[in-house]
Ligand binder design. Structure first.
Ligand SMILES: Cc1ncc(COP(=O)(O)O)c(C=O)c1O
Length: 338
């Protein structure tokens, strides 16, 4: 089957670009230096490819991701890099035949973890992204509370999410260093041998963390593609042109098939005007093949990979980024939901 024969919108991954990305990262951050974040692809089959490249530990954003990986046999070292106080989900994770580590940033999250029977935690530290994480100077107290509750404290995590997408590399370097200084100060008080942080935009900058939690590098998106990283755009949504009018073309791929929080997606050569629920409206000429007509297929490049993938039930692997490429495999996006 060809990519152009798929019912649209269809999430397609250029297998050549994917392999390039996995290989490039495994060379830069071999084995345990990378803890791939599965939130960016939510796909056990893709996680298996990362395992085959030598990365045995995984980072998860949701209990569903972690439980799914464990049930698929990827049990070596699973980190829920998020807080949870849900007793049922915490117990489900504690009952897995897998090494599970949980992020904690308060006494409440510590006690919820201990009550559920979880054994290992990382203290999550606020390193500048206004999300989860305790202030650096409270990390020691949280670690003490965790140890008092019978938990093993493996170390700290702190995600410099406010830095990873900065366009200017010098700024990324400067602000990563500042964030990691906070994390290392917290680590002094917490102890343990894990300092977990980093993302795709800082994978070769963050030399302070013992492990990097990058996820987007595998599939990439247009936002990260602008940073000049050595990873290629691998994921796109194939859409069918369903209407044309003058210099306006409309294809069947709207914001229900695309994560839009990082802006409009791209269609090579064309100007994307806007997306609505089920449609993308773009300039009709300008694509590399010239003006598009009703029935043509176009490749839509998402601006943000994680939410884009989460909209789709499966990803099709192709021999290249073209409607004429062959579909060589289809992987379920089986780690969706919470
Ligand atoms: C806790 C955490 N670590 C790491 C990442 C890295 O992701 P990316 O590869 O997209 O930079 C994310 C992404 O949002 C995250 O939430």
């Amino acid at each position: 089957m060809l990519v152009g024969d798929l019912p649209t919108p269809a999430l397609v991954v250029d297998a050549v670009a994917l392999e390039h990305n996995l290989a490039t990262m495994a060379t830069a951050l071999p084995a345990a230096r990378l803890r791939p974040h599965v939130k960016a692809h939510k796909c056990t089959e893709l996680a298996r490819r990362q395992l085959a490249r030598g990365h045995h530990g995984f980072c998860c954003a949701t209990p569903r991701e972690l439980i799914g990986l464990a049930r698929a046999g990827l049990t070596d070292d699973l980190l829920l890099a998020n807080e949870s106080v849900d007793p049922q989900r915490l117990r489900a994770m504690a009952d897995l035949d897998a090494r599970v580590t949980l992020a904690v940033d308060s006494e409440e999250t510590v006690h919820a973890a201990a009550r559920a029977g979880l054994r290992e935690v990382l203290v999550d530290v606020d390193v500048g992204l206004p999300r989860c994480g305790c202030p650096p100077d409270e990390a020691g107290r949280i670690a003490d509370a965790a140890r008092a509750a019978g938990l093993e404290v493996r170390g700290v995590m702190g995600y410099e999410g406010h830095v990873v997408g900065l366009a200017d590399r010098a700024q990324r370097i400067e602000q990563t260093e500042a964030s990691m200084a906070m994390l290392l100060a917290a680590h002094e008080d917490v102890g343990g041998d894990v300092v977990s942080g980093g993302g795709t935009g800082t994978f070769d900058i963050n030399t302070w963390a013992t492990e990097i939690q990058a996820g987007s590098y595998a599939l990439m998106d247009t936002a990260y593609a602008e940073l000049g990283l050595p990873f290629r755009r691998a994921v796109h949504v194939v859409a069918t042109v369903v209407s044309v009018s003058g210099n306006r073309a409309i294809a069947d791929c709207g914001l229900k098939a695309l994560g839009m929080d990082h802006g409009n997606p791209a269609i090579d050569g064309a100007a994307v005007w806007f997306c609505s629920d089920e449609h993308i409206t773009f300039s009709r000429d300008g694509t590399p093949e010239g003006p598009v007509n009703v029935g043509d297929r176009v490749l839509v490049w998402p601006a943000h990979v994680d939410p884009t993938v989460a909209y789709h039930e499966r990803m099709h692997l192709s021999t290249g980024a073209s409607p004429d490429a062959e579909v060589i495999d289809t992987w379920p996006i089986d780690l969706r939901s919470w």
